[in-house]
Design a protein. Structure first.
Length: 381
């Protein structure tokens, strides 16, 4: 109720529409506050788990569209936005190597958040807020930038076919989602990468219905884990030619967490020999974490994993710049998968990969003890 009242009061005090430039400046200035009020009322991503879960994702959302088992995912339509759902994202991570053998990690993420349920409207009546993160990581440094935009005026958005996702001049676009160019630029770093898939899309959970709590919280979730990457990364005005692998995650929901879930640990791994592995655990304030994942064979065949097959154990912890300690070295075990059990150690390429964004989290590339690369995301610490 307080959020709605604040929004009404803000709209009443905004400059009149004829002052277009001042209106845009004013909207940009209040977007961050608006999103924080909507998604947890806490700028650093640490809203009390008992109230709303990490970043407010455990807030009750019965007025929004529900995630239901049995809904068939349809492409290319589901590459685009989903009106009626409260939150969704287009999330790319890439593990790269330059011509000198130097390792790099790249992140490009676009989030859509709805301020109210129901169909979106065009122009200034749009209910959508957009947020984007870009990051460049190597063994020496981790850099990130955050952007925010309102919907309805062309500043940010997604179209399914031909595929295009954008916020300002950051773009992920191509004739279809399997052939895209990814761009982001800031004053300190940038990249321009071509991603071409050589394998199929993968549906997680039960044909794309991905449970997150065992209590009804879920999302629709699929990935493209088979991108081959080539292009350039830039830091401090110096460009590096790179090649490697990338992974796209697509997920949308209205309430992906329960109120007593404090955050998650998520892995996307390219194992030696060609298989891929997606794993996550959602940590709870009481009891054991909820775990799930997908084993993906080199030819794209996918097997949903049961919680009892997965063991994730933190080994080493690193204190971040803001004082928080997070596990940056993990033992990852998965039993009963094709080709034999998995037992690897995942080490952060850069332990200080803290994303000090509005809803803060850790995100960075990892290297595997038996060969292979991947990405790790940790929230709610």
């Amino acid at each position: 109720m307080r959020t709605r009242a604040w929004l009404r009061a803000s709209a009443a005090t905004m400059p009149p529409r004829r002052h277009g430039a001042r209106l845009i400046i004013g909207l940009k200035a209040c977007l961050a506050t608006c999103l924080a009020l909507l998604l947890g009322a806490c700028d650093d991503g640490n809203a009390p788990a008992s109230r709303s879960g990490y970043a407010g994702l455990g807030q009750e959302a019965s007025a929004y569209a529900p995630v239901e088992r049995g809904r068939l995912l349809r492409f290319p339509g589901d590459h685009g936005p989903h009106d009626g759902y409260r939150i969704e994202w287009w999330y790319v991570t890439a593990d790269l190597k330059d011509e000198e053998g130097h390792d790099w990690g790249v992140q490009w993420t676009l989030f859509r958040s709805a301020l109210r349920p129901g169909p979106d409207q065009a122009g200034w009546e749009s209910a959508n807020v957009w947020m984007a993160h870009a990051a460049l990581t190597d063994a020496n440094a981790h850099q990130f930038v955050e952007k925010m935009a309102r919907g309805g005026i062309g500043q940010a958005g997604v179209q399914a076919q031909p595929f295009r996702a954008w916020i300002d001049d950051w773009t992920l676009e191509g004739p279809d989602i399997d052939h895209v160019t990814m761009r982001a630029q800031s004053k300190d770093f940038g990249y321009r990468l071509t991603l071409v898939a050589d394998g199929p899309l993968v549906l997680h959970g039960d044909a794309g219905y991905s449970e997150k709590s065992g209590q009804g919280q879920a999302s629709y979730y699929y990935s493209q884990p088979f991108y081959r990457v080539s292009g350039e990364v830039e830091r401090g005005g110096k460009r590096h030619r790179v090649q490697g692998r990338a992974w796209l995650d697509r997920e949308w929901s209205s309430q992906p967490l329960s109120a007593n879930q404090q955050g998650w640990d998520w892995f996307s791994l390219h194992l030696a020999g060609g298989p891929r592995l997606m794993l996550f655990q959602v940590r709870q304030t009481d009891g054991a974490p909820y775990r799930a994942g997908t084993w993906i064979a080199a030819d794209g065949r996918a097997v949903a994993l049961r919680p009892g097959q997965i063991q994730l154990d933190p080994l080493d912890w690193t204190r971040q710049d803001d004082g928080r300690r997070l596990p940056t070295r993990w033992r990852v075990r998965v039993a009963g998968v094709p080709g034999g059990d998995v037992d690897v150690t995942a080490d952060a390429l850069q332990p200080h990969a803290w994303m000090g964004t509005r809803f803060a989290y850790w995100e960075g590339p990892v290297r595997l003890s038996l060969g292979g690369v991947g990405y790790l995301e940790m929230t709610g610490y």
